[in-house]
Design a binder for this molecule. Sequence first.
Ligand code: SF4
Length: 385
Amino acid sequence: MKRNELFIIEGKALRDMTEMLCRQADLAGMIRAKCGGKEALVALKPNLVGPIRAEDGATTHPEITEAVLCYLKENGFRNVVVMESSWVGDKTGESLLVTGYGELCRRMGVPFLDLQEDSGVMRDGSGMRLTICERALEADYLINLPVLKGHCQTRMTCALKNMKGCIPASEKRRFHRLGLHEPIGHLSAAIRQDFIIADAVSPDLTFEDGGNPVSLDRLICAADPVLMDAYGAAALGLSLQEVRYIEIAEECGVGCSDLSGADISYYLEKNKGGRHGYVKAEVPSLPWERDRSRSVIGLKELVEDVDSCSACYGTLIPALKRLEEEGELRRLPGKICIGQGYRGRTGEFGIGNCTAAFRHTLKGCPPSAEEMYQYLKRECGGNRS
Ligand code: SF4
């Protein structure tokens, strides 16, 4: 597969679709070309952000990972691992249980590396010093399996941001203090991803932790993460200016965001006598979805965010949405402060341990979704804690 190529496939048979993409790209040939023999350590990096089922729009469908593992086995690659760390606030072990990845790895006889238990080493990311999980750096060939979905802070997440699962929790917090875009843009210069299949099967187009999945039934394959994310942004109706880390990664030499120079092939599922087959078709016009929830933008206006973690912010917005649906939100007593920038500061109305010195606050790092909802509901009702 060339760096300027994108393969998109549409259908329901995820294992067949994934296998077709691996064959079409000649993934085995790409690994051999980069690493020589079949002894290369090949690492698969799905998105297991939290204990959330793939159908809910946040995590990579296990069928995709399973199909890549089967393809690698059939092509003689035996030194294969799956690796990931869930976001701050959730344990990767719980995500393995809920998503089915624990069972999948056991069945396939493939080790799972919980990067939450790994140590970090400093690496240069095109002029920015970044801490990367040591074992993630040991991979000779890294296959990234992100979910193309919305993100309440960076607008979208796909190939570039998925690598955040390869850094320790302390570095994740630092990324938030740095405003996310800059360090995410530099991250893929410090840890290289070689091949990407993005899961756009049922993504949530607003939140990274799912809950509002939209049926798109597509997988997208690329060798260049910048091109992949540029396409993903366009597909979701976002400009490059709205997802700044894409251009930052390009400036770091990670890849090219120019879709006008991309060679895009689109395949459709076709059932031939009970067997799945794929035919090349015309690329559909972008974006796929124009009805992304705009209300998230409105809800953001109620929040004063200074360097919050995704787990905290991503839980707060759905809690606000729930209150909005119940008609309670207009009684919110003021703007809610959230984020590491409030540590040690005083204020009126906050969420999470970072606002511990506020007059009204909710403890937790992060507080659970239910705790946030109940706290905000009390605040709306005038029963201030
Ligand atoms: S309380 Fe602060 S450090 Fe903890 S998750 Fe929330 S923003 Fe991050």
